[in-house]
Design a protein around this ligand. Structure first.
Ligand SMILES: Cc1cc2nc3c(=O)[nH]c(=O)nc-3n(C[C@H](O)[C@H](O)[C@H](O)COP(=O)(O)OP(=O)(O)OC[C@H]3O[C@@H](n4cnc5c(N)ncnc54)[C@H](O)[C@@H]3O)c2cc1C
Length: 421
């Protein structure tokens, strides 16, 4: 169905945000329309509108609220979830006529646009479906019915005493393979009993209705390794901590989840100790490529703001974009953004047919580093104005700074990827 070369597609630079009204860009968009499939054009245009009209204004507002205010009942945060659900993005996942590669391209395109809109909010909205996807793997009709798309999800992995240790799935950098974590699922007849806690980093943790829980698996013989489960969070024994206050991605809620002898049926397990490493590996490969799309989007947003500002700001008698040193810096930013986008397309395309962990990590590390570098340079191009809350750059820089730790700190991810070269 899609006949264009995906590499060409993503090499082309979609400037539509930089000056949506400019004639040059209107013409450029028409050219792009010829190389994007109709579905891709529709996704791009819909998500761009959503990013501009919903994500950016709501993200800006949430950024200025306390973590408690951001998720209060009357918070505008819920409006973002409602409007995102109305877009019906899950229709693509259910569309059998799309090949895996076509679906991967659509997902990458939409994630990039959402990262361009507001990266923290994008993660909150996108995470919702994770337990739903996991539930499908169990084949358990009761669980699948509990994990409908309208129920917000989370991915509960990190523990207070185990951050990188849990991401280090094969124990490459860890002395001990079978450690007892802060959260344990103990096999008890036909059930699992879950006790302990997940850390304050769980995204959507303060209100998620279902969790994809990755924790220690224990039976009568003791700790056996890791286990992955889907856990409805309205079960007796589940409680929450205070939402986390952090410097960047403030529209993304994060918070602790506590489990006090929470009982789930044994068939809510997605992976036991024998499959755990491979399952975590698979999830991290998908998550890292997704992060690559999102933060290529943030980097692009920072570049576009910088170009716009450089066109407007007059110093030395002319717009600063006409100074050669500024042009050189903008080109460097452009080069990095396009490299991140191209690598991300390469990684998501591979993931669709033959997932490669190290390629997904390369994309995550490249996009997040690029986002931080480009946002930092954009701030410098803005001069003093960049430091103020009147302009979007300081927020983009804060949002990018958090991304290099999110879903695995970049250095550790690189060590794990290197072990597979
Ligand atoms: C915005 C954001 C969103 C997140 N979302 C989620 C989520 O939805 N769910 C969830 O469960 N978690 C989430 N996390 C947690 C995230 O995955 C962890 O923060 C990350 O894995 C790092 O763990 P840590 O913070 O405990 O750092 P630590 O593991 O304590 O690492 C500290 C430093 O030591 C280094 N280090 C650690 N171990 C080694 C080693 N063996 N060799 C070399 N260097 C090492 C690290 O590279 C790092 O620089 C999120 C984090 C952020 C910032």
């Amino acid at each position: 169905m899609i006949q264009v070369n995906p590499i060409i597609l993503f090499h082309l630079y979609d400037r539509s945000n930089a000056a949506m009204t400019s004639e040059v860009n209107a013409v450029t968009n028409e050219i792009f329309n010829e190389v994007l499939s109709e579905t891709e054009q529709a996704v791009r245009d819909t998500l761009r509108r959503f990013a501009l009209d919903v994500m950016r204004p709501i993200g800006k507002e949430l950024d200025n609220l306390t973590p408690d205010e951001a998720i209060a009942k009357d918070s505008i945060y819920w409006e973002a979830h409602k409007k995102y659900a109305e877009l019906g993005m899950d229709q693509f996942t259910a569309d059998d006529s799309l090949t895996p590669v076509e679906l991967a391209r659509i997902n990458a395109l939409s994630s990039e646009m959402m990262g361009w809109g507001d990266a923290g909010l994008a993660i909150s909205l996108g995470l919702g479906a994770m337990p739903q996807n996991f539930a499908q793997l169990t084949g358990n009709a009761d669980l699948i019915a509990r994990c409908t798309p309208d129920r917000i999800g989370c991915w509960a992995v990190t523990e207070p005493g185990h951050g990188s240790d849990i991401v280090d799935m094969y124990g490459d950098e860890r002395a001990e393979r079978k450690f007892r974590g802060d959260c344990v699922a103990r096999k008890d007849g036909d059930n699992f009993v879950i006790s302990g806690q997940k850390s304050s980093w769980v995204s959507n943790g303060s209100f998620a209705e279902n969790a994809g829980l990755f924790c220690t698996y224990e039976d009568d013989k003791g700790v056996q390794g890791g286990g992955a489960f889907v856990v409805p969070l309205d079960l007796p024994g589940v409680s929450r901590g205070k939402p986390t206050d952090k410097i960047g991605q403030r529209p993304l809620n994060q918070g602790e989840i506590f489990f006090d002898n929470v009982v789930i049926p044994a068939d809510y397990m997605i992976a036991g100790p024998d499959q755990y490493d491979d399952f975590l590996h698979m999830v991290l490969t998908g998550a890292n490529a997704g992060m690559g799309s999102l933060f290529a989007g943030l980097a692009r947003a920072a570049l576009e703001h910088a170009v716009d500002y450089a066109r407007e700001r007059v110093q030395g008698g002319k717009p600063i974009i006409e100074h050669q040193a500024v042009k050189t810096r903008l080109f460097e930013m452009f080069r990095k953004v396009e490299a991140a986008r191209a690598l991300n397309l390469h990684a998501v395309t591979h993931n669709a047919v033959n997932p490669i962990f190290e390629l997904a990590v390369a994309s995550k590390v490249t996009s997040t580093r690029t986002a931080l570098e480009v946002a930092t340079e954009a701030m410098s191009i803005y001069g003093g104005a960049g430091m103020t809350k009147e302009h979007p750059i300081e927020k983009l820089m804060r949002d990018a700074s958090v991304s290099v730790i999110e879903d695995g700190e970049n250095t550790l991810l690189g060590i794990l990827a290197a072990a597979r070269l």
